[in-house]
Design a protein around this ligand. Sequence first.
Ligand code: BGC
Length: 721
Amino acid sequence: MDQWLLRKEGFDPGDAAADGNRFLCANGYMGLRGVPEEAGRELFPAINLAGVYDQYGDRWREPVNAPNALWIGTWFDGRPLSVEDASPASHVTELDYRYGIYRRHTDFGPLRIDSRRLVSMASPHLLLDEYRLTICQDGELRVRTGISTEIWDINGPHLFDFSHKTGETLRTCCVTGEKGIRVAAAQCVDTDWPAAEEQTRGGDGVFRCFRRAVRRGEVWTFRVFASVWTSLDTPEPSEAARACCLQAKAEGFAACLESHRQAWERIWARSEIALEGDGEAALALHASQYHLNCIAPRHADRMSIPARGLSGQTYKGAIFWDAEMFFFPMFVYTQPEIARSLLRYRIATLPGARQKAAEYGYRGAFYAWESQEGGKEGCTNFNVVDVFTHRPVRTYFRDRQIHISADIAYALWHYFEITGDRSLLKEGGASVILECARFYLSRANGHLDSEQVDFADVIGPDEYHERVSNNAFTNQMIAACLEYALRLKEVFADQPDWFGSLLEELGYEADWERLPDLLRRIRPPREQGGVLEQFDGYFALEDCGLDTVRSRLRDPREYWGGDHGVAGTTQVIKQADVLALMALLPERFTDEQVAASWAYYEPRTEHGSSLSACMYALTACRVGRLEEAWRLFMKTAQIDVLGGGKQWAGEIYIGGTHPASNGGAWMIAVLGFAGLRMRGGRLTLHPRLPRQIKRLSFPVTAAGRRYRVEVTREGGTVVPL
Ligand code: BGC
């Protein structure tokens, strides 16, 4: 079995949305959904742009999809040849994970289309398609290629005032409605087609048309070079797009392909996990790493990654805690410069987090639950639509999921611990940690008659139970955040003046004195026989099992959480919560606590979020439940191979790729199965290989050095490179 290839035979319009995700190509700047070249809006084509947002009317703000600069349509004897309508004799779609190349092979009878397409990893604004037609019957061929403005949007339209230019490079320019960001696309073609082309521009875009009589046996190839830029990148995006295409055309398809392949080779040299013993698992790991690597913002130094990557506009293209808890670990251990960029995005958006805290009457930094550009909160008060009344449901994710600030502090601290580099703390990271700690000082709920401090009215990772108190995850992550804040003083012990002036600059002297007090008084988790209670009163909820809860649904798309959801009054939870805490802060819990909590919560967990299984897998490794760890690993790693995952939350479409699972697969393999840890500046291993795995081998970077880790049944080694 090829451990680098995803292959699908046939075409089913019902799978188009899922396949667009599974066959995604991306390079961090943009994502090109895996749909055939000729696809119209109904098959969800998109070139999704990272970090470019727009709001249309009062609909949700979401990232912008660019004009489709790789559109190609083909007609034979006047008949349009599209996978949807022309019932091809065969159709195969492939994705080569090693080099991020999408291929399609379609036999329409009178002709075959074989194309390969990519989003260049060597040149962030460049897209390429080599489109080859093999003529199987005499007739008239027409090929139309250009920039289509038929754009699929969830909450659009976002682009207006289209203008087009013809010439050697076709060009389209338009602007976003909200902020007037200019978006430009350009396209040129290299072909040995022997007849003149005809160019048109109009309401649906700008195109060139190749038309002539062809004969059986002929082969015609069109090498398309396309480019997308916005006015956020350069003051003259249209010129930049033109120049980029022309340069690529001058270099030639083969040379551009080669640079792209070399860029991917470099990525794999730093990150590939090779797994021996199970081909499906090896493929799933490559798929997971491909998907996470291809959306990393390599072109920017302060940018993060949305929850659905660059696969579309789902989840408003927003940055969630997913970035710090699930994407960050693979990057910090393999490509720390990307981890740094994710965190610099948080540093840069500290003003937005301060503003959000102030809006709610608090001090410090309360980060957006769904963060868009500038840290703007994308999460609305109504994040779910009821399937029965079609009315928006008031949800409290934005207001109460306060663990987000502690999650960011956690990642900043771990960046320092793993890389040994304190420059990020110095360049704003320390301020973020201190401001997050300050937020918790102002958010804590004290009592006149008790020493203990609560964090009341919160939401933990399990979003089905809203507005609970003393969520164990939240309280413990807050405690960790306060500790990191206090430990900053030791980190900068050799620079007391610098640290003192930072506290002064933040007006922090009084708060600094209060941190140890809050830390001491935070309500510890309650426990029953080693099982941590998820929040106050959780054990008293109806304990009725997942199947019972599921049987109460009247519509499969019904939302399980909130006031009226079927899970809210029961012990059934959406995703790992207590176990996520145990995975993130393992040293705070004993093996007995983890084992008891795992046995209690796993059967009560719906795994309704793709963030869940990996936390259970990690903790399963710790307590020796290796069969379960393996099952949950496969569930995590295969998610974007199989195209699974929940598609709906109420009436909201939530499909897309699953970067959190992709990062989760890396975490299970490296932190779980190999048991890698960075402790006191040293890497340690504690292998726990499930029987299905014979050997794991992967590179890691820690404290500025690169190592190769090998783990077999006999044990493990960490060898400096
Ligand atoms: C999960 C959150 C997650 C978000 C984005 C939600 O369904 O409950 O934990 O951050 O999806 O992935």
